[in-house]
Design a protein around this ligand. Sequence first.
Ligand SMILES: Cc1cc2nc3c(=O)[nH]c(=O)nc-3n(C[C@H](O)[C@H](O)[C@H](O)COP(=O)(O)OP(=O)(O)OC[C@H]3O[C@@H](n4cnc5c(N)ncnc54)[C@H](O)[C@@H]3O)c2cc1C
Length: 393
Amino acid sequence: MDKYDYIIAGAGCAGLSLLHYIHQDSSLHQKKILIIDQNLKKSNDRTWCFWEEESSDFESLLTTSWNTISIHQADRNFYLPTAPFTYKMIEGLSFYESIIAKARQSENIEWKEVKIESINDQIVYWEGGAATAKYIFSSILQYNPVFKDANSIHELNDLAKRYTVKPFLWQHFKGVTVEFNNEVFDPSCARWMDFNVDQQKATAFMYVLPIHKKKALVEYTVFSKYILDKKDYDDSINSFIALHYPNQTYTILHEEFGAIPMTQNSFSSGQTSGYIPIGTIGGAVKASTGFAFKSIQEQTKKIAAALSKGEQPTAILKKTRHSFYDAVLLDILYNDKMSGAEIFTRIFSKNKAATVFKFLSNTSSIFDDIKIMVTLPTRLFLFTAIRVLLRWK
Ligand SMILES: Cc1cc2nc3c(=O)[nH]c(=O)nc-3n(C[C@H](O)[C@H](O)[C@H](O)COP(=O)(O)OP(=O)(O)OC[C@H]3O[C@@H](n4cnc5c(N)ncnc54)[C@H](O)[C@@H]3O)c2cc1C
């Protein structure tokens, strides 16, 4: 059996981010690495947005960025400058291609395009072959103990219904990149959450990210227990466009669909000394928002730093007071105690975008947290916090 220093199982966001940080560290250049994916990325399957203060490694790949976001609910409209943060957009394909192209120059990195059938301890199996490594970094959902039987979004949906550890919501969305014949967008402002759409008896909003005056990503996002029929996303997007840009002609350039698990359950339970789950299955998704790109960067950078120092890498994230806040928010949304539209509108109505961004990136101070909390109904949040605390492990 071929033996490697590291096997990266799954070359998506987390696998390729890890490869990027390993490749950046000259002390790891001699390591023998095998990257396996059933479908090495050749298309733009997703668009990532994230906020940060500093410049990232991927600055030159950004599609665009914004310094103002807006929130809309009924007749409440808030336009908020994001400084000192910038809200950034990067297309999956530019990210994949740039990392794959650099890594292909290295003789120590091997690529295999096969479907992994199983990962046991320190061995990865595919039809007709297997390989072993000191460390296997996996971002493959099926091999997470929680999702081991699921192969498709629909199976995941069924699993979520049967899921024993609650609360569990999906953040699911369809996005279309549209190009209009006329200039209809303001490229300086990202319409972050427009709640004036069908709420699907849960929380839903339209997310409009202008790339230039004629072109934008328009995405209908829902936080709910179950994924919708494809038609429901299309209907919401079509009526939003008809309402906001009447009598305008446009072309759909690209479509994407996603379903991200929003849960406090530990996806990292499968970690052993040799098997390290990363990315979504490594707990990198923020339970209350579904944002993951930036935390995947932090997680994989930390793993590469541990490898460089010869330390045991880990993807397990410590529980902090911010994970507790996530659990409270998730509990309220899951049990329909208050709508997400009302929660987020109240938070943004009284706070700077920077304070909310810090809160959502787990970097806010206690003082910032209080500023956010006073905008919400004390009784409801206090009772929920006590209930969550009682089951907190
Ligand atoms: C459409 C979409 C948009 C998103 N937008 C944002 C955003 O704006 N901001 C943000 O912070 N987060 C966003 N996310 C959430 C998160 O950042 C992404 O889901 C991210 O790609 C997760 O990275 P990952 O490596 O865990 O999984 P993936 O990127 O999905 O990588 C997993 C890889 O495993 C491979 N694989 C699966 N099964 C097998 C198998 N059996 N054998 C071999 N290979 C296999 C897949 O082909 C894939 O390449 C988005 C998610 C989606 C789906």
